[in-house]
Design a protein around this ligand. Structure first.
Ligand code: ZN
Ligand code: ZN
Length: 259
């Protein structure tokens, strides 16, 4: 609760004090948005061409075959349909995501969600419902919030789409460092997600956009998708703030990254 109040007051101050850059605090020229030019320049957007399912950017159009999928998705396609990411998980985007997730910078959800709306334009159709990837309640108590649920709330506010921030529940905590390979991570998150029963009827026959801060191996998103489809959702698409690429995962394996 105390954590939550600290976050809340920080969020509030952000709105009453004339804000500089939301990331570094530098002064911003009038009408310059929430990030200064330097921080903005540090963002690497996921621009086309990218994989239609997992949003990994292609080095060139040569990799994008007629189906628009990367090799991995073509071989073992995920259960969800489309995947969209605002940024590649590096530099500035990484700072924003980590700040939101571990640094209590809940106001970053506003910035990230704004860019996620641009990235997810084609999947945020009128009839979709937004559902966040859940975190385990032990983590929720410690952190005071689920960063994906914060993103969902802002996305819903920006787009007017319906949202169910508590639709999914995580039965047990999983170790974040074990998400290095798709197979290993898949085994770990198998059967870890459940649908809260009071959302069963509400979600029946709906198209879901599943929201998270980052997409790494996709195993967590897949576990959520499986539960949603088993409970008669028509389709699931994925929308994340940042896509962790293979390179980033390898760097983290070497201990350079702390996510
Ligand atoms: Zn800045
Ligand atoms: Zn892919």
């Amino acid at each position: 609760m105390r954590h939550f109040l600290v976050h809340l007051s920080r969020h509030f101050l952000y709105f009453i004090i004339p804000a500089g850059c939301a990331s570094c605090g530098e002064e911003i020229a009038e009408g310059g948005g929430r990030l200064c030019a330097r921080c903005y320049a540090g963002l690497r957007f996921v621009n086309a061409p990218f994989c239609d399912a997992c949003a990994v950017p292609f080095a060139s159009t040569e990799h994008s075959e007629a189906d628009g999928l990367c090799l991995e998705c073509r071989q073992t396609g995920p259960l969800w349909q489309k995947g969209r990411a605002a940024f590649v998980y590096e530099e500035q985007a990484r700072q924003l995501v980590l700040g939101l997730k571990y640094g209590g910078r809940t106001e970053y959800a506003d910035i990230l969600a704004w860019f996620m709306v641009q990235a997810g334009k084609d999947i945020l159709r009128d009839d979709v419902v937004l559902v966040p990837v859940p975190i385990h309640r032990s983590r929720l108590w410690r952190r005071g919030y689920n960063q994906a649920a914060l993103l969902v709330n802002v996305l819903s506010r920006l787009t007017g789409r319906e949202c169910y921030p508590n639709a999914l529940r995580r039965k047990r905590s999983t170790h974040p460092l074990a998400r290095l390979t798709r197979g290993g991570r898949r085994k770990q998150v198998h059967d870890v997600m459940v649908l809260n029963s009071r959302y069963r009827e509400k979600l029946q026959g709906r198209h879901v956009v599943l929201v998270d801060d980052i997409l790494t191996t996709g195993a967590t998103a897949e576990a959520c998708t499986k539960v949603l489809l088993e409970n008669n959702c028509i389709s699931v698409d994925i929308l994340v703030a940042a896509r962790v690429t293979l390179f980033e995962s390898l760097e983290r394996q070497k201990g350079k990254f702390d996510a």
